[in-house]
Design a protein around this ligand. Structure first.
Ligand code: S3P
Length: 167
């Protein structure tokens, strides 16, 4: 069983993913971290040095490698489901869980966590708010194809586990 957590930047995929993995005694994998290790650079430095297209190719390559794990909790990047056939891939190779959060909560959380995220690092206030609303609108159709949808603001590992194993 592979559990893929999807959702916008700042929706808590990594935090919840670690706690869920601990609860299930599954390995935890953070796709951004895998990319950083493979490239030997932070996500921000990858965008700077190679550009976003290169990052997306790497993201897809490492997503495909998650099938080497027979079980695990995988926190994906906010853009992962939107590119290539990544969402179909995750749906075919595991159970997908969308941590759904309101634009207001996302903006609030991202205000304090922008620096390591190149797409929002230079945005604040109204600009950040507009970016989040617009990006979420274009990505939501992909997130909504997840097997399970859960309210990100209050998601608990036990609740995700019940959803996934009942799915
Ligand atoms: C991105 C989200 C980030 C990271 C990169 C691009 C996106 O992951 O993959 O900065 O396109 O939404 P998090 O969702 O973990 O912040």
């Amino acid at each position: 069983m592979r559990i893929y957590l999807v959702g916008f930047m700042g929706s808590g995929k990594s935090t919840l993913g670690k706690r869920l993995a601990r609860k299930l005694d599954y390995p935890f994998m953070d796709l951004d971290t895998e990319i950083e290790v493979a490239a030997g650079k932070s996500v921000a430095a990858i965008f700077d040095a190679h550009g976003e297209d290169w990052f997306r190719e790497k993201e897809r390559e490492l997503l495909h490698r998650t099938v080497d794990l027979s079980r695990g909790v995988i926190a994906t990047g906010g853009g992962t489901p939107y590119y290539f056939d990544n969402m179909d891939f995750m749906n075919a190779h595991g159970v997908t869980v969308y941590l759904k959060m309101s634009p207001l909560s996302l903006v609030h959380r991202l205000e304090y966590a922008r620096k390591k995220r190149p797409l929002v690092s230079d945005l604040k206030g109204e600009e950040l708010s507009r970016f989040v609303r617009e990006k979420l609108e274009s990505r939501a159709p992909f997130y909504n194809r997840a097997h399970c949808i859960i309210k990100g603001e209050s998601a608990k590992p036990a609740q995700v586990a019940a959803l996934v194993f009942g799915a």
